[in-house]
Design a protein around this ligand. Structure first.
Ligand code: HEC
Length: 571
């Protein structure tokens, strides 16, 4: 066998990488990045605050007086801390999340990070409520840990920041035995303490259900989760992507709305997986490996032969480099208007196609400008393909009227995979012969023009719909932005003036423009108005930002931005 580029890459990924990762010191786990939602639904990831001097983390509970007092003392220092570019996060790993969210006012109005799986508290080795941690968002290390009277904090902070500036290790960490305060009760870990976690019966099934369907050989994910040794080798990295909520991708706030798939791990799943990783991935002798079981062979069109198959123009994808979004128009030839009931995606090369948005556009539109084709008044968003979801069936009794005067337009996003390839993706259209009861319509709330200033970490754009002319059912929702997109949300104002949050995507990642479906039908009455919001991060702290020093605005290209909220309705 010749070791060409491809097999070399597989050798590195599958054999050497696990060994390399295994040799990483365990102590690396004490420091590190993490991300958590707060009581307002905002998401905070330590590494995204690199421009701050420090972040103070105070574990507290509304039911623990001493730690509440610490938090209030910190609140008194708030103006001074903000002058020093020091952030304060209250970390709540004790109280019921619903209760934390219900308390609109927190001490100092600081964000209350909800760590209901207790995995961040564990990562930071927190033992007691009221303990003060000073973290460096740049190195992600702990600069200081102690349980001082917060009034002494000023001196401690000065020393910690001086240590950070000089690059010498902080010598301020107190020994844990000296600490006062109520012990933080790790309720999950208590459950695991008396027993062994089973790889075969707990970990492998969890990974199969939540990760391995994407992490397949020749899939989009960079490694296949197809045997124990792979999982073990990648486990430090798994810990990191789980604790920063990067994986599973596309997570939304489960406290808002009733959506079928929030892509989150439950608290129990997170606690279990992290604990198993921290125990260095034990597997009992004789345990079988469910991850090696062969995957079911997917049939070409799982929901049956489509009524019409459309070829997406084939794309040559080079081995490496960045590929801009591609916008392609395809002529549609149907003799009469048809009711579309579902779209299926038959992806040519799953290792490179990241997302595919489908629009209908008037045949009469002459323009070849990609912005007109996808964001102009003649364009109508229909559906999106993302990895793992290759079937888009509209709600029961609902259909999309595809006019014979329409063409289709595709917006494609590719990632390179290390080997060149030709992607030949097809989409299957399924028609229904009878007119459905409800008609599918996408309300696309898009801004044709907006400006995001350079070096701005929080830039908010909002938009309102027209009042709805009739009652509708909310069917699904797709957020769309590019690399500066940070969070997206939708709410509705009802005719009686009351408001309801419908969806919150606190940690948007432009690689994952998913379609979220309602768990049960949600009626929005005539006269209601949708409010949509996208927050952009055009600062250097955004790891995806191609050019923080540039002012940017609307455009389909990767270095420009988009403001698109696709609310699919049945009416
Ligand atoms: C919907 C598909 C999908 C699911 C589900 C998924 N992953 Fe991934 N994963 C990817 C893709 C694609 C990448 C590479 C691109 C990226 O990082 O977004 C990736 C990357 C990774 C990486 C490598 C990160 C790096 O920096 O190289 C790890 C580790 C990982 N995933 C772990 C997990 C774990 C653990 C789960 C389940 C809890 C999971 N993934 C679920 C698609 C998925």
């Amino acid at each position: 066998m010749r070791l060409n580029g491809v097999s070399m890459r597989w050798l590195i990924l599958s054999v050497l990488m696990p060994l390399l990762l295994l040799s990483a010191p365990v102590s690396a786990l004490a420091d590190g990045d993490f991300g958590l939602p707060d009581h307002r639904g905002d998401f905070h990831q330590l590494s995204r605050y690199r421009e701050q001097a420090a972040v103070i983390v105070l574990p507290f509970s509304y039911n623990d007086e001493a730690s509440m007092r610490q938090a209030e003392r910190l609140a008194d220092l708030a103006p001074q801390l903000s002058r020093q570019a020091v952030l304060v996060w209250l970390l709540n790993a004790s109280d019921d999340p619903a209760l934390i969210r219900a308390r609109a006012l927190s001490p100092g109005d600081f964000p209350v990070l909800i760590d209901s799986s207790q995995t961040v508290a564990k990562t930071l080795s927190i033992t007691r409520l009221g303990e003060v941690l000073i973290l460096d968002p740049l190195s992600m290390g702990v600069l200081y840990r102690g349980f001082d009277d917060v009034s002494l904090l000023e001196g401690v902070l000065t020393e910690a920041l001086a240590a950070k500036a000089s690059g010498r290790p902080s010598r301020l960490e107190q020994s844990i035995d000296q600490l006062d305060g109520t012990a933080l009760r790790y309720r999950f870990i208590e459950q695991f303490a008396g027993r062994k976690i089973s790889y075969q019966n707990e970990i492998a099934p969890l990974l199969k259900a939540r990760c391995a369907y994407c992490h397949v050989e020749n899939g989009l994910a960079p490694w296949a989760m197809n045997r124990y040794i792979m999982v073990l080798g990648w486990s430090p990295m798994m810990r990191e992507v789980v604790i920063t909520r990067r994986m599973p991708p596309g997570q939304i706030d489960n406290a808002v709305g009733n959506w079928v798939n929030t892509h989150e791990l439950s608290d129990e799943e997170m606690a279990l997986l992290i604990e198993w990783i921290d125990q260095r991935g034990p597997r009992e002798a004789g345990e079988s490996d469910p991850l090696t079981e062969p995957l079911p062979v997917a049939s070409e069109w799982p929901r049956g032969q489509p009524d019409l198959i459309i070829d997406v123009p084939e794309q040559f994808i080079p081995a490496t480099g960045n590929i801009d979004f591609l916008v392609k128009r395809v002529g549609l030839e149907i003799p009469e208007d048809r009711w579309l009931s579902a779209i299926a995606y038959e992806v040519g090369d799953k290792s490179v196609l990241h997302s595919l948005l489908v629009y209908a556009v008037d045949k009469s539109l002459q323009s070849t400008d990609p912005d007109d084709l996808i964001a102009g008044p003649a364009a109508d968003f229909i559906s999106v393909y993302v990895p793992g979801e290759s079937d888009d069936t509209f709600g029961a009794n609902a259909g999309y009227l595809l006019g014979k005067d329409k063409d289709l337009v595709f917006k494609l996003r590719y990632l390179t995979s290390g080997r060149e390839t030709l992607d030949r993706t097809r989409i299957g259209l399924y028609f229904s012969d009878n007119a459905p009861e409800l008609r599918i319509r996408t309300l696309a709330l898009e801004k044709p023009d907006f400006t995001i200033p350079a070096n701005t970490a929080m830039h908010r754009e909002v938009m309102m719909s027209e009042p709805l002319p009739n009652d509708v059912l909310l069917e699904s929702y797709s957020p769309h932005a590019h690399s500066r997109g940070r969070s997206m949300s939708v709410s509705v104002r009802y005719p009686d003036g009351s408001e309801e949050a419908l969806i919150n995507i606190p940690n948007f990642n432009y690689n994952w423009q998913l379609a979220y479906r309602m768990g049960e039908e949600k009626l929005i009455p005539a006269g209601s108005v949708f409010h949509v919001q996208t927050v952009y991060d055009n600062s250097a702290s955004n790891p995806f930002n191609p050019a923080p020093e540039q002012t940017t605005g609307q455009g389909y290209r990767v270095d420009a931005e988009m403001f698109s909220h696709f609310i699919r309705l049945a009416e």
